[in-house]
Design a protein around this ligand. Sequence first.
Ligand SMILES: [Zn+2]
Length: 265
Amino acid sequence: MKVAQLGSGTPEIAVVAGVHGDEPCGVRAVERLLDDRPTVKRPVKLIVANEEALERRVRFVDEDLNRAFPGDPDAKTHEGQLADELVSELAGCLTFSMHSTQSHAEPFAIVNGVSETAKALVPQLPVAAMVETSNFAEGRLFSAIDTIEVECGLQGSETAAENADRLTRAFLTAVDALPGDTIHSDLPVYRLTDVINKGQASTYEVFVDNFTQVEAGAPFAAADGDKQVADEPFYPVLMSSNGYRDVFGYAAEKLEVLETPPAAD
Ligand SMILES: [Zn+2]
């Protein structure tokens, strides 16, 4: 794990990259901040989490770090120990953690409950949606540390790296670490309700777009040509044919749209 800091004092804000070793976008954003060394109004901790997995370009070495929290110093896995170290390092910090995905090119935020902090900060980020995943929080970083996660775009893409940079700067501006203003936008909020499982097969297909409602009766995915049909309407989130080993993704419900507050004079 690499730990660095912008500014002096004890940070209450942290930016984390590389929780997953096959998602380099956030690492680029952190390295850029370390190169640029912008003057900050409050100190910021910068962390590159799973360096071993990043070196090997794999999601994890022994187990998924984002399912291993809070971790244990005596854990038998690399990620179990790393989770414990990361929790110690991030204690007391509002944390911004960057990911990328095979499912959706446009950035969106993932939060563990629609808190006042999430409502205040996430509409200031360049994201298209906020996804509330408290039904599936077990083992994730935000089960142990107050965290806003962002999906920056498609894994390994140049656009995801550029998005990670924009998202980080917007977050640091929103928390008043960097000077300047953010842009507020209306933000739809979704809550994950179900996992969409996929059976053993050699080919997988997904027929629907993430964040676009699937009607009851519509086929939304197939394993070896066997179509899965929606029992009831849902919003697909993090759905992709081969992004995860045993699930297509998640079903979500739409909760609300956070409206842009009127501009202050
Ligand atoms: Zn990830």
